[in-house]
Design a protein around this ligand. Structure first.
Ligand code: ADP
Ligand code: MG
Length: 701
């Protein structure tokens, strides 16, 4: 039997038919045999275990008991009417309750009183007594023929229940299908099967639905998770190989005058080892006639700008222009300013183009871009417009990957007859395994070291009772000439409340820090942009000592003299946001502090977040914890999580499996980049059939 058997419409499975088939389609998206096969149970119940009544506690999940139904009566009136039975074994008795039942059911249950029964359900506590509501009941006789070992439990819907597709029916359908499948072609190479001792594909499916033991179940799960990671990584790495063979780019053969001049005479500081290493990786990429496609990750303040600048100089030395794109006008301005400052003494022309650039200046920029007078053009997404034409674009640097995405990256490829090299920079650390999955087709460089001499920010967790001490501490810091941020949460959906908190907080701060000795700024989302700007500027110039704000200050604020970040209701913030906020201080030479104010009695989750912040300043470690707490999909937002839609695999929990899969794919492609060897045919066929929509396969030259 071939794989096509699995494409059979679900209604043709014995026990389904047109009506149930329709329900399975609309409720669960099960159209074909293969969909049912891949509809995995969300848990299993160990039905080899039977409880004695005296062992039962309300805290238990579903359990099964052998005993007899002693009494059965209908009690209560009208809507309170219910069926109640006493169920006994030799150790005691419990109550069984039915709120919904038919006359037929009642009669049936009455008949069952004569026989030993197995009941199955979740114990509850009601009026200090244990009962089970709507238990499943069968005679010991018929129980003998039901599946042994671990019972699969499938998630269900009300409609499915109404249509009679109970969990029991679902089990029967799965069992039927597994019996009908004669053979399932293997999709993993033999050496991998042997290396990891994986169950065969059909066995894995049998074991995931009807495992005999927990070990069987685990083995099946591991295999299926591995498969999911394996084919995703195969797609990513094939794409990368393809890219390297198809996208020829410029060979920046020389490191020339500008680079050397700058490096020897104007470099304002010694590069960190991490910066040197990353620069080396980039230089190696640029020296090959293959388009660079590199992601540069580095925490806030790790010095990505200098790496961008030095890479740009290499391009310029080879006669090419550079585009630097940032997600917001403020960030574009900052890059522009930084480039101008660093290059003040050099003969390199840097310009900025954004939405607010005036027509006259635009025309001038366009002209100079085309005749090659501009070397570096910094800007927002305005750079993507077709009117922006370069004479010879050789390198594109994109800051803040998340805000742009792959489609925009691709637009730059069209801006020269040969596509330019691309360097994507992001300040949001992404856990390694997540990066591997989302950006597996890119090369990744990491700056994992901050410039020397910077004092790590000290983070403290405080509560309301510490507020007087906090104010005293703020006063001492202000006395020393420092400035302080006080940030309040802004949570969508509760803006009114948040706004009130902010205003109350502002009032208490102004009371504790009165004029004329102190001046306090406030900035929030309801202010007009001009007013916001004005207040920010006052703080930036040092005219006010305290800035009370909502999270609007998260990006683009740079006040090196601010050394204290107080975050109110810190338990309401996510980890990455806390980390970003903390990054606003620690920019000058002074010791900086981050103070996390929370209420008493935190949830476990909130406690994890706060204690992680107190424990470490390492953005990668924080990102890792964040992923463990929230799951990978939530971290990246919906936009990119499609690729993470695994059935079983979980990037946060199954890192070892992911790394093994990645390693195996790398190994295979190194040896056989076209997958032309006989032992790789099965996986290639499977990949072509099932993953074509995600990755386009073509021969690698
Ligand atoms: P980010 O990675 O957040 O873009 P920046 O490039 O803005 O970081 O650098 C942050 C600050 O650190 C800047 O003031 C920059 O001049 C400084 N800096 C960068 N690299 C070094 C270094 N190797 N030694 C000392 N200071 C550095
Ligand atoms: Mg930066």
């Amino acid at each position: 039997m071939s794989g096509d058997f699995l494409k059979t419409p679900i209604e043709y499975l014995k026990g389904v038919g047109p009506e149930r088939g329709q329900t399975l389609q609309t409720e669960l998206g099960i159209f074909r045999f293969e969909d049912l096969l891949n509809y995995f149970p969300f848990r299993h119940i160990d039905r080899s275990k039977y409880y004695k009544i005296k062992e039962i506690q309300a805290s238990l999940a579903e359990i099964q008991i052998i005993g007899r139904l002693r009494t059965l009566e209908e009690i209560g009136q009208n809507r309170g009417k219910r069926l109640v039975g006493q169920f006994e074994d030799e150790t005691g008795s419990i109550e069984l309750v039915w709120f919904k039942y038919t006359k037929w059911m009642k009669e049936n249950l009455q008949k069952m009183k004569s026989e030993p029964l197995v009941i199955y359900g979740k114990p509850n506590e009601f009026n200090r007594k244990i009962n089970i509501v709507h238990p499943e009941i069968e005679t010991v006789e018929s129980h003998k023929t039901s599946p042994q070992g671990l019972y699969p439990v499938y998630s269900s819907t009300e409609k499915l229940q109404k249509k009679g597709i109970t969990n029991r029916v679902m089990q029967k359908l799965q069992a039927q299908l597994l019996m009908d499948i004669q053979r399932l072609d293997e999709n993993l190479p033999d050496d991998i099967m042997a290396k990891f001792n994986f169950p065969k594909r059909l066995d894995a499916y049998k074991q995931i639905h009807f495992p005999k033991t927990i070990e069987d179940l685990k083995a099946a799960e591991n295999r299926i998770k591995f498969e999911e990671f394996f084919f995703l990584q195969l797609g990513m790495l094939v794409k990368k190989l393809n890219h390297q063979s198809k996208f020829k780019s410029f060979e920046f053969g020389t490191v020339g005058r500008n680079f050397n001049d700058f490096y020897q005479n104007y470099l304002p500081f010694e590069l960190t080892n991490a910066q040197k290493r990353v620069l080396k990786e980039i230089r190696a990429d640029l020296a090959r006639p293959v388009q660079m496609n590199r992601l540069l990750q580095g925490d806030v303040g790790s010095g990505k700008t200098m790496v961008a600048l030095l890479s740009s100089l290499i391009a310029i030395d080879n006669g090419f222009q550079v585009a630097i794109m940032a997600p917001t006008e403020i960030l574009a301005q900052q890059h522009y300013q930084a480039m101008k400052d660093y290059l003040a003494e050099m003969n390199v022309e840097v310009r900025i183009l954004s939405g607010s650039t005036k027509a006259k200046e635009r025309r001038e920029i366009f002209e100079k871009l085309q005749n090659g007078e501009i070397h570096i053009l910094v800007g927002t997404h305005a750079l993507l417009e077709p009117t922006v034409v370069f004479q010879n674009l050789g390198l594109t640097i994109i800051d803040e990957q998340h805000k742009f995405g792959v489609a925009q990256r691709a637009q730059f490829l069209k801006k020269n007859t040969i596509p330019p090299h691309i360097l994507v920079m992001t300040a949001t650390p992404i856990p390694r395994t997540l990066a591997m999955s989302l950006y597996g087709d890119l090369d990744i460089s990491i700056i994992d070291e901050l410039p020397a001499g910077r004092k790590p920010i000290m983070t403290l967790h405080k509560k309301d009772k510490d507020r007087l001490a906090l104010f005293k501490f703020m006063k001492d810091e202000i006395q020393k000439g420092r400035q302080v941020y006080v940030v309040y949460p802004l949570i969508e959906g509760s803006e009114k409340l948040d706004y009130k908190d902010l205003m109350d907080g502002y009032e208490s701060v102004t009371r504790a820090f009165p004029l004329p000795q102190y001046a306090v700024s406030i900035v929030h989302g309801k202010m007009k942009p001009a007013d916001k700007d004005f207040e920010m500027q006052r703080f930036a110039k040092g005219e006010t000592q305290i800035l009370v704000a909502t999270t609007v200050i998260e990006v683009g604020v740079n006040v090196p003299n601010a050394s204290v970040m107080v975050i109110e209701s810190a338990e309401k913030f996510g980890l990455s946001q806390l980390h970003q906020l903390r990054g606003r201080v620690g920019r000058g030479a002074e010791q900086s502090y981050c103070i996390l104010m929370t209420k008493d009695g935190l949830t476990e989750d909130a406690y994890q977040r706060i204690s992680t912040m107190v424990r470490t300043n390492d953005g990668f470690e924080i990102a890792e914890v964040d992923m463990q707490l929230r799951g990978p999909g939530d971290i990246m937002g919906t936009q990119q999580s499609g690729i993470l839609n695994f059935k079983l695999a979980n990037i946060a929990k199954d890192q070892k499996i992911l790394q093994a899969a990645r390693y195996m794919v790398e190994h295979i492609l190194k040896d056989d980049p076209n997958l032309s060897k006989p032992q790789h045919q099965a996986m290639k066929i499977f990949f072509d059939k099932n993953h074509k929509d995600k990755f386009i396969w073509s021969r690698i030259g």
